[in-house]
Every structure is written in structure tokens, then in C-alpha cells.
Design a protein around this ligand. Structure first.
Ligand code: ZN
Ligand code: ZN
Length: 416
């Protein structure tokens, strides 16, 4: 059952709008900014929704288990993957943008936990591209693919693609195909050995692409990358179908490989882990595609800045947030935010996670029960938001758009 404490007038006030503004009649052209944080707990089956601009709690949703959160490219949906509970829930974020060519309109509504829930064996890696989601289940022999729009409309139609054997892999969705990992033929509990393109008609397109030790994937621009022991597989689209090429690690790199990958927005690049205390910047268009950046201590989490594309934020176990300039390939600032969070101990212990909400960088501090808010402009801490329990995974959605009535004959009239 959806549970939220938010009323629409309260939201309108939170946004600085007069009550009834959503009806729109009396409203002149107005620029509205809204950013929301979705924060899950390390132990409890809850997802909090927090207004990133003033720290107000907009609601708390109860799901079936502790969740890993993923936002879609549109920001209209957040998926809560509950691995232990075997469930994937969907939350309508309540913030939507409509592109009108010369400007974008913003719609702001209450966030809602949707009725659509996907149940299955060990849901794990989640990939969304262009409004299509591929949800992987480690305990199943098929990946599920569905559209974000269908989920928002409450009528998710699921297509499946065969993955040979249950394993910890990933699927990357395209319109008529998915790229799926190939399980290790000797032991499917080991890392996958490659990837292949399979159509929703069940037919394979092209040959198998070798990618031993495959783990980690991310998109940037028109490239989707999978990380291997030998390099990256780069997937691009050619005509109707995706195609795959292998980008080997540079000979100049030390021994190692990438197993966690993120992708730049606004600039086409990838960032991967490379050992516990280094990251590697990858620009597939350069002859020297790989650059290493040494961190002062071991890495806890990293994200790209979608607004200031030259920056990546890396949180390290000494409690510091680092701003890495991917153009220069160096750390451009460091800020102590939390107590130490050693990377010794269990990989899934509660440790900070980072999200970027417009001009703010927000870092969860699970053991202190709060979020740290950092100004992305001057890279200084500006505040904290208390969250009960152990706030853990976090994603942000939002932006700025116009709220107005489109006059008749303006060429793009629409109804909200
Ligand atoms: Zn408009
Ligand atoms: Zn994994």
C-alpha cells in the first residue's frame, strides 16, 4: 500500500507556490525548481522522500526489504531493488519534465509508491536506457525487460530474454534486443565470461563477445560499457541492433581490472574502480583511453556530477568527499564529512553513499543518522538533514522548468 504523509497544498507551500498553483489559471510564466532525495535504510524496509531544497520530509514508503535505489534517466521513476526480499518496487517521483523545444515544463505532484511490484529470485543489477528497464534476477534463467512508461501507467508488460543459466550478471536493454552476460560454463556461480546480443524473438545477433570476469556496467552518451578482466566491452547501436567491441586495458596500466563502473553525463567518459584505492578514467575516443587517479585511502562510493560534467565525487573510507576533475585527471578538492568508515569488514556494511541534486552534493552518513549537504559550487558543507535509522542508498531527481499555461496557437499546447 502506498503510504505518504504529503498533501498537495503542503508541497505547493514547500515550493513557494500559492495554493492552487497547479490548477495554473492565474499563473504567469514562472520558473520552478524542485529536487527530491530518495533515501533507503540499511536495515529497515523504508524509502524516505526528502525535499532537497529545504530538507522537509515529503513522505516515507514502506516496502518489503532494505532497498538499493535506481533512478531512471527521466527522473520520473525510482526503482527500489530489494535483493533479500525478492522484490522490485517502483516509486513515481512526482517530478516530470515536458520538452517543448525552446523550454521545458515541470510538473510537480506527490511522490507515490506504485502498485506494480516485480517478484523474483534475487533481483540484483538494474539497467535503464531510453525509458526501457532491464531487471536482472541472479536466481533466474531469464532477464525481464519493461518500459518505465508502462510501470507508471500501472500496466507493466514484461518481455523476457533467456540468459542460459542463473548467474550474477546484467542485461542492457535496446528496443528489440538485449545484451546479456554469458554465464561461466564450468561454474555459473563464478563471474560471467562474456556478453551476447539476444533479440526478444529469442535469436542471437552476432557472435559471443569474450569478457572474462565481467562485473560492472554503465552508460555514457550513446555508449554502454561492461567491465571485464581484459578491458571494457563497448556497446553502441548500429541500425536496429546493438554491436559490441572490446577496448583492452592499456599496457601502461598496472595489474588490475574494473568491476564497478559509472558513466559521465554531458561529457562522454567512464570511471571505474582499479584496485581498492585507485580509480581509472576512461575516454574511449582517445588513443590513451585510460588514466589512473590515486586516492588517499580506499574508495567507498563514487558518482558523476550531471550538472558540472568535469567532476566526479569519490567518497573514501577516511570520511572525505573528493572532487575529481576528469578533464585534468586529478583530485581538485577534498572535504571531511563523516567519521571513518573502514572498508575492512563486510562489503555490505553500512557506509556512505553520494548523490547530486542540482547544486548540492548529498552524502548519507548511516552510522550518524543524517545526510551531509555540500554546495557543489564552492565545495563547502552547507548543512545536514537528520534521518532516523541508518540512511544508506540515495538518489536524487529534479531540475528547473516552467510552470505556465500555453496560450492557444503557441504551437505546443498541452494539458496537464
Ligand atoms: Zn511549456
Ligand atoms: Zn554485482
Amino acid at each position: 500500500m502506498p503510504r505518504t504523509s504529503l498533501s498537495v497544498p503542503a508541497l505547493a507551500l514547500a515550493l513557494g507556490l500559492a495554493g492552487g498553483a497547479f490548477a495554473g489559471n492565474a499563473l504567469a510564466d514562472e520558473s520552478v525548481t524542485a529536487w527530491r532525495l530518495f533515501v533507503s535504510d540499511h536495515e529497515k524496509p523504508v524509502v524516505h522522500v526528502i525535499d532537497a531544497l529545504d530538507g522537509d520530509r515529503l513522505g516515507t514508503f514502506t516496502v518489503d526489504g532494505p532497498a538499493t535505489l535506481h533512478r531512471t534517466g527521466s527522473g520520473e521513476t525510482v526503482f527500489a531493488v530489494q535483493g533479500a526480499a525478492g522484490k522490485v518496487s517502483a516509486i513515481a517521483t512526482g517530478i516530470a519534465f515536458h520538452d517543448h523545444g525552446d523550454h521545458a515544463d515541470i510538473d510537480v505532484d506527490e511522490p507515490k509508491l506504485l502498485d506494480t511490484v516485480f517478484s523474483g529470485q534475487k533481483p540484483a543489477h538494474f539497467v535503464e536506457r531510453q525509458g526501457i528497464v532491464a531487471q536482472w534476477f541472479d536466481g533466474e534463467k531469464a532477464a525481464r525487460v519493461f518500459s518505465e512508461k508502462a510501470v507508471l501507467d500501472g500496466k507493466a508488460e514484461v518481455r523476457t530474454v533467456d540468459v542460459t543459466a542463473a548467474h550474477h550478471g546484467v542485461a542492457v536493454p535496446y528496443d528489440n534486443h538485449a545484451v546479456v552476460t554469458i554465464p561461466n560454463p564450468e561454474d555459473a556461480s563464478k563471474r560471467p565470461v562474456g556478453a551476447r546480443i539476444v533479440g526478444f524473438d529469442g535469436k542471437q545477433a552476432g557472435g559471443d563477445a569474450a569478457c572474462p570476469g565481467l562485473h560492472g556496467s554503465a552508460g555514457s552518451g550513446d555508449i554502454y560499457a561492461l567491465a571485464c578482466g581484459t578491458g571494457l566491452l563497448l556497446i553502441t547501436r548500429k541500425g536496429d541492433a546493438p554491436e559490441i567491441r572490446h577496448l583492452p586495458y592499456a599496457k601502461s596500466l598496472p595489474e588490475g581490472s574494473v568491476s564497478t563502473l559509472i558513466g559521465g553525463k554531458g561529457l562522454q567518459y567512464f570511471v571505474g574502480n582499479f584496485g581498492a584505492d585507485r580509480i581509472v578514467l576512461v575516454d574511449p575516443s582517445e588513443a590513451e583511453a585510460f588514466r589512473l587517479v590515486q586516492l588517499p585511502t580506499r574508495r567507498v562510493h563514487f558518482v558523476v556530477d550531471p550538472v558540472r560534467p568535469q567532476y566526479v565525487y569519490v567518497f573514501t573510507e577516511d570520511g572525505k568527499l573528493h572532487r575529481v576533475d576528469v578533464v585534468k585527471g586529478e583530485i581538485a578538492g577534498s572535504l571531511t564529512l563523516t567519521g571513518p568508515y573502514s572498508m575492512d569488514g563486510h562489503w555490505s556494511d553500512p557506509r556512505p553513499r553520494v548523490a547530486v541534486a542540482g547544486d548540492k552534493v548529498v552524502v548519507t552518513d548511516p552510522l550518524a543518522g543524517k545526510l551531509h549537504v555540500v554546495d557543489a559550487g564552492n565545495f563547502g558543507k552547507t548543512g545536514e538533514i537528520a534521518v532516523e535509522g541508518k540512511p544508506f542508498n540515495i538518489v536524487a531527481v529534479g531540475g528547473t522548468g516552467q510552470v505556465h499555461d500555453h496560450a492557444e496557437g503557441e504551437g505546443h499546447a498541452h494539458a496537464h
